[in-house]
Ligand binder design. Structure first.
Ligand SMILES: NC(=O)c1ccc[n+]([C@@H]2O[C@H](COP(=O)([O-])OP(=O)(O)OC[C@H]3O[C@@H](n4cnc5c(N)ncnc54)[C@H](O)[C@@H]3O)[C@@H](O)[C@H]2O)c1
Length: 365
């Protein structure tokens, strides 16, 4: 297999999940890392002792022996870093979601779409969780014309981050951008149409209220509902709860069409499961045609090594298998800059809708 030498821009929790997964793929190596935090650098050196450490993004980009970059810096850094990379190199990039946080950065993304001459893949790992991938693969043909899609995520609160960047909307983009861009991406992909308008409600009920950062209380929401009408009149709904870490299934995604219903069940992240992993419920896809008593359950078991290599049900590994092909075979990325941008815009619409208590039409953004 052709060798792919990766350079990392920021390498905290998620960057290290990428490294653990790349280490499981033949031909992938970690060539260089720019990570400003000393403690995180020490963790990276343990995981990838072969990597060279660069003192800045500029210094990282001076290293010739790179075939691809992975951006796993905080959300608010992505757009500036994409701009800086494009001014110095033309390398394939996997940029973690969300692609940007500030509407002003949309121009950067549009410019990249026009003129950056290498693939840019946006990290939408949820597409690659085995039961979700099975649903994406089967739902169109099985359900017929999909008219309803509901996504439920019941999970743990936001984790602690370097510099606590995820505690404030100004740095993360807000919960519906930061966290839920994954779900808006899935809605567009499964329904196969663009959103028309969005309504939402949300709030901060229980999490982070007793924390203080320079005297300020975090302003990130911990629960909410979003409903979306698509241009083909399909309708989708998201229910997010971030004070439900006891849930054995963390995500449930249900598509219903003229012919039947398909529902994917994703188990909780291995790292937070208190028991032996064999006690986690099995990941599965349930197919229920309208004819009664003909339900089928397809189990999508995930290798234990993949479950413990990250918090995302093996998806980081499967995404990298595909991204590596994008690098070596120069094929178009499966998750494009346009996809990344639409997921952010839907998140921004949901943020505005809940704040202003009104429907937000996508053409307002
Ligand atoms: N796709 C997913 O499911 C998923 C899951 C978790 C995180 N993420 C994304 O991954 C990114 C990183 O999140 P994380 O959880 O690893 O956070 P983190 O705080 O653990 O890691 C971010 C790292 O970037 C470093 N950093 C800070 N400023 C930087 C800069 N200007 N340039 C380069 N590095 C810088 C920090 O020192 C830190 O080590 C975020 O965009 C986040 O949204 C995606």
């Amino acid at each position: 297999m052709k060798q792919v030498r990766y350079g990392f821009v920021g390498c905290g929790m998620m960057g290290q999940e990428h490294i653990r997964n790349l280490k499981l793929i033949d031909g992938c190596s970690i060539a260089a890392i720019f990570e400003p935090d000393e403690n995180m650098r020490a963790q990276c050196a343990q995981l990838a002792p072969e990597a060279e450490f660069a003192s800045s993004l500029d210094a990282l980009l001076q290293i010739d022996a790179l075939d691809a970059l992975v951006i796993t810096s905080p959300n608010f850094c992505h757009a500036d870093q994409l701009r800086e990379i494009a001014s110095m190199r033309t390398l394939p990039i996997l940029c973690e979601k969300p692609l940007y946080t500030d509407t002003a950065d949309e121009a950067t993304i549009k410019q990249l779409i026009k003129s950056y001459d290498a693939p840019v893949w946006v990290g939408m790992e949820y597409r690659y969780m085995p039961p979700v991938a099975a649903l994406i693969d089967r739902a169109g043909a099985f359900c017929g014309d999909i008219r309803m899609l509901s996504i439920t995520e019941h999970r743990f609160p936001f984790l602690e981050k370097v510099g606590d960047w995820n505690r404030f909307n100004a740095q993360s983009g807000g919960t519906f951008v930061e966290k839920c861009c994954h779900f808006f991406d899935l809605m567009r992909l499964i329904i196969g149409a663009e959103p028309h308008y969005i309504m939402s409600m949300a709030g901060q009920a229980h999490n982070h209220l007793d924390e203080r950062y320079d005297g300020k209380v975090p302003d990130i929401w911990d629960h909410g509902y979003v409903i979306v009408e698509f241009e083909n009149q399909a309708r989708a709904m998201l229910e997010l709860c971030m004070f439900a870490e006891g849930a054995a299934y963390q995500e449930r995604i249900c598509a219903i069409g003229a012919d039947g219903k398909a529902e994917a069940f994703v188990p909780a992240a291995a790292r937070f499961w208190p028991d032996d992993l064999s006690t986690l419920p099995r990941p599965k896809l349930e197919l229920s045609p309208r004819a009664r008593k003909q339900n089928e359950t397809i189990y999508c078991d995930i290798d234990e090594n993949l479950m413990i290599a990250g918090d995302h049900a093996g998806s980081t590994y499967y995404q990298h298998l595909e991204f590596t092909k994008t690098v070596t075979e120069k094929i178009d990325p499966a998750v494009s800059l346009e996809d990344g941008m639409m997921a952010v815009k839907m998140g921004q619409a949901a943020q505005i809708s809940a704040t202003e208590k009104r429907a937000v039409y996508m053409d307002e953004l």
